[in-house]
Ligand binder design. Structure first.
Ligand code: FAD
Length: 468
């Protein structure tokens, strides 16, 4: 076995401490253990350490610090830039920490740092409750939450971080700390977790505030021809200016997937769609949605009531593990005809049928939280454009990445500003986007980084170096 010792301890010692939970090159489980969701990422770590307890996390953090091996922390492994793995370093895999405990009376859930949205949704729905998280069930709660967390509850109940009330954290010195509101934990640490990414430590458990949702919700899902995008997006914008916060739609420009539930004659057709539930009774949702489903002559109206859990899995099949992905984002100050022109022009020339341009309507509860209350920037922006380049073949890497970058460059003329850190692009783009993503909170985050991680152990992320 290769000795990759770089200091006082060796990877062999990790095996002694962690047994089979330490996966090394050459082990049968190695290839599966090193894989992350984005197939463009193909790193070969020196060790994948599968933690099953807070004590395991402490061991691995200390091992990385003492050996000097670079450390990657993996929650759900769905980071688009691939920060859940690392070439030649230690991967601290949290997928063994997935328990979810729900206190229905207090409307709180305590969630393991490696849980997926599916784990959390399943457990909370047993009580008719949900935490505000994202819209694809296989995503990790960890990464999604630490950089914000946008989902269907965002306009009514805010980002995931706005519902994060406490956390257990292993910091760079290997100690376990409690982050919480004043009097219940370290309030500065909680502030840094609310949007600060994995910069200040490894979260072994998150405590979320829950809300009544479901079991069924009304879901608007209307596809219009791409040629009607102006009519659709501008009328939608007008209607939603004073629209209910129970609705948090995403406008999507793309091509119809060749799969159920889409009618066969529409497969591959360019479309402008509106997707999203109403958080309330299905009857109230249907009534509130009437005008929103008649923005132009539709290609198909697939709207209807469905279980909340089914909605949370509706998009899973669009994002197979091992596909090739490059996602970027830009906040928009509003929507006008010229901006829609740009979006449509780029949708038309997308090199891949799987790619989409997503227009997240934000505002509501997100914008009501003061900017300085968390490390998450750009809260006032009414729209976030998510540019999802999704493709299959390595030969198409550059064309697809160039497409995404081209749209972002053209959006600058329409006042785009700031990014969403969970749509992370490539690792080498991370430093620039960290400033744009944290906005006004960047300096405070850098100061707290200096307190909790002065040597920048947790640097394989959208890194915020410690303030000097
Ligand atoms: P990982 O690769 O495991 O980790 C991501 C980053 O977070 C890394 O830097 C890692 O070190 C850090 N990290 C993870 N867990 C912990 C922890 N417990 N403690 C400390 N650091 C940790 N975002 C949204 O907001 N809304 C969506 O609806 C949404 N949908 C998505 C759908 C898909 C298919 C995908 C791939 C992504 C989606 N995202 C969405 C973006 C998603 O939030 C990010 O990709 C996020 O990084 C995924 O987190 P993860 O834990 O799965 O990733």
């Amino acid at each position: 076995m290769t000795d990759v010792s770089t200091g006082s301890r060796t990877i062999e010692e990790a095996r002694a401490q962690l047994g089979e939970r330490a996966v090394l090159p050459g082990d049968a489980a190695y290839d599966e253990a090193r894989a992350v969701w984005n197939g463009t990422v193909d790193a070969r770590p020196a060790l994948v350490a599968r933690a099953e307890s807070t004590a395991d996390v402490q061991r691995v953090v200390r091992l990385a610090r003492e050996t000097g091996l670079p450390l990657a922390v993996r929650g759900g492994g769905h980071n688009v830039a691939g920060f859940g793995t690392i070439e030649g370093g230690v991967v601290l895999d949290l997928s063994g920490l997935r328990s979810v405990q729900v206190d229905a009376g207090a409307r709180l859930a305590v969630v393991g740092g490696g849980a997926t949205l599916a784990d959390l949704d399943r457990a909370t729905q047993e009580h008719g409750l949900a935490a505000p998280v994202g819209v694809v069930s296989e995503t990790g709660v960890g990464g999604l939450t630490l950089s914000g967390g946008l989902g269907w509850l965002r306009r009514l109940h805010g980002l995931s971080i706005d519902n994060l009330v406490a956390a257990e954290v292993v910091t760079a010195d290997g100690s376990v700390r409690r982050a919480g509101e004043d009097g219940e934990g370290d309030a500065d640490l909680l502030w840094a977790l609310r949007g600060g990414g994995g910069n200040v430590g490894v979260v072994t458990s998150f405590t979320f505030r829950l809300h009544p949702v479901g079991p069924a919700v009304w879901v608007n899902f209307v596809l219009y021809p791409l040629a009607a995008a102006h009519e659709v997006l501008l009328a939608h914008d007008e209607l939603m200016r004073d629209g209910p916060e129970e609705l948090a739609p995403i406008g999507v420009l793309g091509r119809v997937p060749p799969a159920e539930p889409f009618p066969e004659e529409l497969h591959h057709a360019p479309f402008a769609g509106i997707l999203g539930p109403y958080i309330g009774s299905p009857e109230a949702g249907e009534a509130a949605s009437a005008q929103l489903r008649e923005l132009a002559e539709p290609l198909a109206d697939l709207s209807g009531a469905m279980p909340w859990l089914a909605l949370q899995q509706l998009l899973d099949a669009d994002y197979p593990a091992g596909g090739r992905y490059y996602w970027k984002s830009a906040n928009l100050p509003g929507l006008d005809a010229a901006t829609v022109d740009t979006l449509v022009a780029h949708a038309e020339r997308a090199p891949s049928d799987h790619s989409t341009i997503d227009l997240w309507l934000n505002g509501g509860a997100i914008a009501r939280v003061p900017e300085e209350a968390t490390a998450f920037g750009n809260r006032a922006a009414p729209y976030l454009v998510g540019v999802e380049a999704n493709w299959e073949s390595p030969e198409d890497d550059e064309a697809n990445r160039a497409w995404a970058r081209g749209l972002l460059a053209d959006l600058e003329a329409h006042g785009s500003a700031g990014v969403y850190l969970n749509f992370a692009g490539l690792p080498e783009e991370a430093a620039a986007s960290a400033r744009a993503g944290h906005g006004a909170g960047y300096q405070r985050l850098a100061s707290l980084k200096a307190r909790y991680d002065p040597d920048n152990l947790f640097r394989h992320n959208q890194n915020v170096p410690p303030a000097t």
